[in-house]
Write a protein that binds this ligand. Structure first.
Ligand code: NAD
Length: 243
């Protein structure tokens, strides 16, 4: 199962999994987008799921197990962001982003881990962000959610170790998807710098979704059998710099 797979990083991971021979459930709140991605993959099915809704997540996992007899891999890529400095942010805006970016990962991980344990094990991959490790003006709610995702990744990895379930996080730098492009003008206004100049300075260039997907393939496979509880950074060197 790949959540948030109707586009962006999730879609690239679903495509890479399909190319590697997996039967993929393309899950997204965007039914049409999920159906379109699944249709293009052949061996995939689409599922509509709002990851912030516990009943929908429980149903996604139970239907996947019913249809495929087991769940081997859960990728949590569904995510949203808004742009606002913390002092101007309403509690509703804070909660909206955390409900998807943190609650959604908790719910998917919880139900996936239980299903995997029941069938002997599996691999959970949470898409966090480099914003888990440092401040990032105008996306404080998003960064707090991603730091929470890294933390829950580590705890769940320990809790599930005896059940054969590995849990890891991928922390991308800036990647060229609608999540970023849709907020470009707002970011420029808050940061007071041109978007391209900003990206060029901090990481050279935008990453591409298909530069994140290969790590998700590795973490899903038995080649990563000794990897668990770790947050893998893929950021073109953005976090290598102190300036
Ligand atoms: P995107 O906007 O291209 O795709 C996000 C997908 O999530 C969309 O298909 C959307 O419909 C889906 N989604 C949103 N809310 C949902 C919900 N409640 N339930 C189910 N699906 C929902 O974004 P992206 O850049 O591909 O982001 C994917 C993940 O990668 C996110 O968790 C994001 O935070 C993370 N990430 C992105 C970047 C980046 O620079 N693009 C960097 C670091 C981490």
């Amino acid at each position: 199962v790949v959540t948030g797979a109707a586009k962006g990083i999730g879609a690239a991971i679903a495509e890479a999994y399909s190319a590697a021979g997996a039967r993929v459930v393309v899950a997204d709140i965007d039914s049409e987008g999920a159906a379109s991605v699944a249709g293009a993959l052949g061996s995939a099915t689409a599922a509509t799921c709002d990851v912030s809704d516990e009943a929908q997540v429980a149903q996604l996992v139970s239907e996947t197990v019913a249809q495929h007899s087991r769940l081997d891999v859960m990728v949590c890529s569904a995510g949203i962001a808004t742009v606002n400095p913390l002092v101007q942010m309403s509690l509703d805006e804070w909660r909206e982003v955390l409900s998807v970016d943190l609650d959604g990962v908790f719910l998917c991980d919880k139900y996936a881990a239980a299903a995997m344990a029941a069938s002997g094990g599996g691999s959970i991959i949470n898409i966090a962000s480099i914003k888990a490790f440092g401040g990032s003006p105008a996306v404080g709610h998003y960064g707090a959610a991603k730091a929470g995702v890294v933390s829950l990744t580590k705890t769940l990895a320990l809790e599930m170790r005896a059940h054969g379930v590995r849990v890891n996080a991928i922390c991308p730098g800036w990647v060229g998807t609608d999540l970023v492009f849709d907020r470009k003008a707002e970011l420029e206004a808050v940061l007071g710098i041109g978007f391209d100049d900003y990206i060029g300075h901090i990481q050279g260039r935008l990453g591409e979704p298909n530069e994140i997907a290969p790590l998700a393939v590795f973490l899903a496979s038995d080649r990563s059998s000794f990897s668990s509880g770790t947050a893998y950074v893929v950021d073109g060197g953005a976090t290598a710099s102190l300036v």
